[in-house]
Design a protein around this ligand. Structure first.
Ligand SMILES: [Mg+2]
Length: 182
């Protein structure tokens, strides 16, 4: 299965391959989407004509599937041109409609792996706290001698570093919990 984000990334890649020197603007992309929507509607018109038994040309569900796919692709291209990451909007709009109408079907957010930047910050903040606690306890080793230190009394900076680390831990714990849910 392909996600909206994967589709958006693939379109960005293919656009570079297709026309690296020409970047269609939003009005082009909007017209393109409207054109594809019109093509889908034209197929629907013919399918409805057949359902009613009216005279005129016919069409197929396969063709409708193709045109609806074009509508999705061109909507993605509009989002890329407008600089919008579309996937969160798709989920949010779906959930918002469910909420508004008192329905119980919701799209769960995709589980996100813990970002490397969070882990790097966690490592740096942990080192910083250890250093501060060590300094409060014994001072700093300078040229083979312990200098400074508060005999174990905690400085304001140490308490602040503890708070920073506590908040980072909560963020990471929430990311891990969200990841494990699915
Ligand atoms: Mg088409």
């Amino acid at each position: 299965m392909v996600t909206i984000s994967q589709l958006q990334r693939a379109h960005i890649e293919r656009q570079e391959e297709w026309c690296p020197d020409q970047k269609p603007d939003l009005s082009f992309r909007g017209n393109e989407m409207a054109g594809e929507t019109g093509e889908a509607c034209n197929v629907i018109k013919k399918l409805e004509r057949e359902r009613h038994g009216w005279r005129g040309s016919r069409d197929t569900h396969v063709h409708l599937g193709e045109e609806l796919a074009d509508v999705i692709h061109t909507a993605i291209l509009c989002a890329i041109t407008a600089g919008i990451e579309l996937e969160p909007y798709v989920a949010d709009k779906f959930n918002e409609t469910s909420r508004k109408n008192g329905l119980s079907t919701f799209l769960a957010p995709e589980p996100q792996p813990v970002p490397i930047a969070e882990l790097e910050a966690f490592v740096a903040e942990t080192r910083d706290l250890i250093e501060k606690v060590t300094f409060d306890e014994s001072g700093k080793m300078v040229a083979g001698l312990w200098v400074g230190g508060n005999g174990g009394l905690l400085q304001r900076e140490t308490l602040h570093a503890t708070d920073v680390l506590r908040r980072r831990l909560e963020t990471i714990a929430a990311l891990v919990a969200a990841h494990q849910k699915d």
